[in-house]
Design a binder for this molecule. Structure first.
Ligand SMILES: [Zn+2]
Length: 211
């Protein structure tokens, strides 16, 4: 018997939430949106997700009011996806889920999440133990942890190497400095077949750089 898409027999708010965010990839799309990813191609290269699946997830999350589609370029038309308050409200859930995964499955720490005002690591619900407050999501600073690849291939992972605040729109311009070290000039370090070239062939230059 095929697995049903919803939990029609379940009168439970967890079941209702899972109808919206329980499909494979969905929470990772939301995680990336919290990290500041907004553009289709950036989700695509960072997640390594099939295009059709990404399109379906973005459409579903927009329909559920978790993401909002915003036009950022008219010619050619390009939209980006920005978390709504309903989407941002999933942050403590993702924070807890990440800690749970690390504690029970031994994942290495990829990122630190700190209160930007005082530098204290957040607790499992997004709270700052030092300031005794739930930290507003824009005041959460993320920084690379010891388990994070410091030489990633894709431009989104490279942009995420620098400490940054959650929700801050991601700049994936390949020329931007990472960790204070300027990158090679365009074409200087990445010849044909390099990530920058491969990405530009799929329309990345139109979508992935600041306008
Ligand atoms: Zn604090």
């Amino acid at each position: 018997m095929a697995l049903g898409k919803d939990y029609a027999t379940q009168e439970c708010s967890i079941a209702r939430a899972l109808e919206v965010v329980g499909e494979r990839w969905t929470l990772l799309v939301i995680r990336d949106a919290l990290y500041g990813v907004r553009r289709y191609n950036d989700f695509l290269v960072h997640l390594g997700i099939p295009r059709a699946v990404l399109a379906a997830r973005l459409q579903a999350l927009t329909a559920e009011g978790i993401l909002e589609k915003r036009r950022y370029q008219e010619s050619p038309p390009r939209d980006e996806y920005v978390l709504t308050d309903r989407g941002i409200a999933l942050w403590p859930t993702l924070r807890s889920l990440g800690l749970w995964g690390r504690e029970h499955f031994g994942e290495s720490r990829l990122r630190w999440f700190r209160h930007a005002d005082c530098g204290t690591e957040l607790g499992p619900y997004g709270e700052c133990p030092r300031c005794a407050m739930i930290v507003p999501v824009p005041d959460v600073e993320m920084a690379p942890g010891p388990g994070l690849d410091r030489d990633p291939a894709d431009p989104v992972s490279r942009a995420l190497l620098a400490p940054r605040r959650l929700l801050e729109p991601l700049d994936t311009d390949p020329r931007r400095p990472v960790d204070g070290h300027p990158q090679e000039p365009e074409g200087g370090g990445r010849g044909p077949g390099g990530v920058a070239d491969a990405a530009s062939g799929s329309g990345r230059s139109a979508e992935g750089r600041p306008v």
